[in-house]
Write a protein that binds this ligand. Sequence first.
Ligand SMILES: *Cc1c(COP(=O)(O)O)cnc(C)c1O
Length: 405
Amino acid sequence: MNAIHPTAEQMIEVESRLGAHNYHPLDVVLTRGEGVYVWDVDGKRYLDCLSAYSAVNQGHCHPKIHAALVEQAARLPLTSRAFRNDQLPKFYEEICALTNSHKVLPMNSGAEAVETAIKAVRKWGYEVKGVAEDQAEIIVCADGFHGRTITIVGFSTDPAARTGFGPFTPGFKVVPYGDADALEKAITANTVGFLVEPIQGEAGVIIPPEGYLKRARELCTLHNVTLILDEIQTGLGRTGTLFAEQHAGIEADVTLIGKALTGGFYPMSAVLSNTEVLGVLKPGQHGSTFGGNPLACAVARAALKALIDEGMIENAAEQGDYFLNELEKLRTNQIKDVRGRGLMIAVEFHEDAGGARRFSEAFQKAGLLCKETHQNTLRFAPPLMINRDQIDWILETTEQVLRTA
Ligand SMILES: *Cc1c(COP(=O)(O)O)cnc(C)c1O
């Protein structure tokens, strides 16, 4: 490869030769981003309708988050939790006030937040609920997505995610998503938690039936089961509210956040809960070298501030409603369903439409980046600061792609 000016093709070849093939990316090599736009190495501009799976809700290279990162990086990036740092308490205060939480535990990736919640509610089950040793059960949903660790893929129902990775961690029960009766039947005296996405993201923006989450909340309260909402993708404004739980008018016992927590600048996740659940963890029982480091905390503080101060959540609600409404009008006979909430929107094609991948590729040619999820669904999730003109451009481009692809 030419070390000075490798071509996109050469970079793709190197990636393919040297890297594990655990992703199937579009062949676009990006080098720069600003707001809703990204540019490839040949200078072509794209409107990003994936936002790094909703990690870049605040838009690419948000200047204030960038400034916080640079400032903190020059001052003190990492202390480990062996010592205290002056950013952590500020982050705690701000995230707890914003989300109405009493306790927070910062980690790095979304999967780690899920693992942390599993550990905490199991321990809560033994110490508070009184479940007998090693008997704790957690109920999860079919077609859910919660990350890639052994424990998490062990309760996944996606064959690609789990096949060949066993043996798995016991203690999980899978029920169909959106079916409160199935949840009720699955609850036993040993059930300590119900882990669920308020809208299933990776499954293709699956919105559960009206009343489902409310009923799940009631069942959890009735049977003394913690309701753990995985808001790693739906949270922090994506669906037009701070959390997707607000659409259902409920409150989780444990809320998981990640992705947009740092606006795409740094990996960080967190478990939020009442005092009772995270309160069970004592020194030495859980931790992470990088979890809660000052750089992550400083970046998260700036990212949350940008989200709130710049009205991005309200904007997501407003632009999302308009987008979904207009998208409905573009329905062709290839389209099976159009659905979404806020700026988390999906177009599902009929099985005989030739798969969603060819549409992602046609969109790429037209200067719009989005990604298929599973076979037949395309997801549109642009940064939350997108404006009306940019949505109109997406709609025009979509009409053109649907007509010609
Ligand atoms: C992305 C995602 C995760 C996992 O986050 P990682 O940072 O990739 O580990 C977990 N749950 C949901 C709902 C997600 O969308």
